[in-house]
Design a protein around this ligand. Structure first.
Ligand SMILES: [Zn+2]
Length: 103
């Protein structure tokens, strides 16, 4: 699976969930323009995803007092993969100069 395949799959899944939540297309277009302006820099995609999951996580955390909760499980998994992706993105952004090699 190529990076484009992964992105295409994520786009399709996100489009379906966005439809369930009645996300207005014109708001998506506004943000698309903003991201296009900063497309030269990496990080806008994980940044946008991180903001979404953090907002959902914070709201659900404030409301949920269930011992076993599938939403909490899903949020936990999302935070796990988001955290990993952000660490990789930050490391890539900093560049190889900070990577120590055994000599
Ligand atoms: Zn919960």
């Amino acid at each position: 699976m190529t990076a484009l395949d992964t992105l295409q799959e994520a786009l399709e899944e996100t489009t379906a969930v966005a439809a369930d939540y009645q996300v207005p297309e014109h708001r998506v277009r506004v943000h698309e323009e903003r991201f296009r302006e900063t497309a030269a820099r990496h990080g806008f995609l994980p940044g946008a995803m991180q903001r979404t999951i953090l907002d959902v996580a914070a709201q659900h955390h404030a409301e949920c007092d269930r011992e076993h909760c599938r939403t909490c499980d899903t949020i936990r998994h999302g935070l796990t993969t988001t955290l990993a992706a952000l660490r990789v993105a930050v490391a890539a952004e900093r560049g190889p100069r900070l990577v120590r090699k055994a000599s």
